[in-house]
Design a protein around this ligand. Sequence first.
Ligand SMILES: [Zn+2]
Ligand SMILES: [Zn+2]
Length: 239
Amino acid sequence: MDSLLKPLNGLLHLIYPLHCAVCETPIEQNQLCFKCENDLRPLPLGHCFQCGQWIGGSATRCLTCVEEMAYSGFCYGLYEETKPLAMLIQKLKYRGDRGLIPLLGELLFQVSVSAPQPDLITFVPMQKRRQRQRGYNQAELLAKDLSESLDVAVQSLLAKIKKTKPQAALQRRERLINLEHAFVARPCDAQTVWLIDDVRTTGATLRACAKALKDAGVTQVVALTLAAALPPKGVSNSD
Ligand SMILES: [Zn+2]
Ligand SMILES: [Zn+2]
């Protein structure tokens, strides 16, 4: 840093001290305190790479995910309400904290090293009205961050054309019908496309998007998500 800026930066920190982005503890540098950084763990071994379910042993995917034909997926960690990963995602989505994008993008970058190389990166779209309310689509911002880190182009390929009810409020059959034909993709002949989203639950949204991409000409879809939220009891992961 320029020597003239250094004292200014120190002064700024005095006026606006740095706080951990998760627990708000005052910190000297970075965005997280030591404890929260330590708690921001990747998926422990024994969990399915794609949906986060516990499977044990040395397999990397559960049977349901192995049988998923529309896409293959990787997630960084588990979505647990009071843990740093979930709290950071909530701040990004509901409190407009876009300053968290580089930090969360770095986690996606770590996940991406396991995935086959992409020709293009795209993202799960939001309904236009909802995106206008929020002002941005967090999946798009994450995709752009990853695109810059990897120097692979990002393109908005998908559109949500049907208004859908929140998946959490629906039963199994309704969930499937709810998302059927909810997305369309513009024609694209890329071999491998990465599909970015922040959180997956049942994977129904990723599947609907992946199917639309394949209908549009994409050969292989790889979904990368920050977190996997395990579905409520009684709801199968294949929903
Ligand atoms: Zn903290
Ligand atoms: Zn799985």
